[in-house]
Design a protein around this ligand. Sequence first.
Ligand code: FRU
Length: 537
Amino acid sequence: NSMLSWQRTAFHFQPEKNWMNDPNGPLFYKGWYHFFYQYNPDAAVWGNIVWGHAVSKDLIHWLHLPLAMVADQWYDINGVWTGSATILPDGKIVMLYTGSTNESVQVQNLAYPADHNDPLLIEWVKYSSNPVLVPPPGIGIKDFRDPTTAWYTSEGKWRITIGSKVGKTGIALIYDTVDFINYELRNQVLHGVPGTGMWECVDFYPVSIYDRNGLETSANGPEVKHVVKASLDDDRHDYYALGTYDDKNATWYPDIPEIDVGIGLRYDYGIFYASKTFYDQHRGRRVLWGWIGESDSEAADVKKGWASLQGIPRTVAFDTKSGSNLLQWPVEEVENLRLRSKEFKNVEVKPGSVVPLDLEAATQLDIFAEFEIDKNVLENIAETDEEFSCSTSNGAAHHSALGPFGLLVLADESLAEQTPVYFYVTKGFNGTLKTFFCTDQTRSSVANDVNKQIYGNFVPVLEGEKFTLRTLVDHSIIESFAQGGRTCITSRVYPTRAIYGAAKLFLFNNAIETNVTASLKIWQMNSAFIRPYPNIR
Ligand code: FRU
């Protein structure tokens, strides 16, 4: 449908057509990044799930390969669901995934490459005695899914975790194994949080507390914190917490119980779900993949013949400066798509004003922006007890002393369509500044059948820091990273006027009391090559 074809992205991973959801089994092997994903080969809606497969040299340009696994056994005939890869010390790969059986029971299955000498890992073999795990006593037959990458215990065994729930408490079950065939269920869960419901796609990994280098999944010790992430089926967001892992007792506890898994921090305050990290041994980093669904109507997805993207893979590391959160940042390879750039230095944006940025086009961009508020204003402004939240405020149209200010992305000339990505600063009674980072979709499209929420959350801004943001724009996706990736917001938007050459970028400042000075560097982004691998099957 040519009406909707502009929504197709130019440098985000998508299959050629139909439905995609979770990232599965990402890994680097013999020179190639492998990406598998939940895929419906028959339609642009969820169903008939199999594993799609693609390879890349740089996580940006992709070659589609034949389906890696299809639903052809009693133990996965209702779906080859989400799973993870483990690379063994001898270099061999094992894949664990959830199968939905002929009776829709969730079981765990083992698969491995038919030929470890094939760098493309085209053929996959399912273990002859699958399933290797069935729901244990007390666990619902539909509450047992998405095994993680295995890590090594001090006892010399492999350990995995699998998401589940008991009543309304989301939990991560723990299994130990030596051969990936026989498993021992541990009495204690890795972790559980009351009220959070089913935990899908649990992830568990170490981060260095000293630097931004990635750590192999089995790394442990005093220089390490561990992240637990769960995708909450009930509210469709990915929550993480930092904490301490106790190898001996196979359990984990959060640094700050008030911001435990599912009740505290999110990877992303927009649309971002069922994510999964892997350790990239090629570049020594941990890379995060996240599924970005559509936020238009299902009817529109069927019409255009496809649904969902994957976000630009992000490196993820502990924020050694704030000490309270992770940092996420688009993998540096995306910068190879940068074409011409344009700089805007110290642009004065007066209270209540909108400033157009003169660009040749504004649909494929990498934007880096820094904002400063007048220091005297900051010092002299009255303190308030304002309880701000992005989603309950009046969005970017709000007028307050110190904000909002930021960008109007994918806007048309008349501003009938615009997606503001912005900061909002408050000064509390104790004199401390608090900053929020938001994306307002209320005017993102004149169409009615699309999500128009206002996304966002608090972002730590440390002493001496400017307000900084990076935003990637790719036709129908806007991914924004504030303060180096402390708070991230991904948004799918469906403008009807702000498309192709009619899409523009503006600065805006709705603060009443302060000028804002903005400096930007903006790159036009090339399209990535994402196409079938030539001459395969
Ligand atoms: C998450 C999820 C997983 C499941 C898969 C099925 O989006 O529901 O829990 O394995 O998708 O496609």
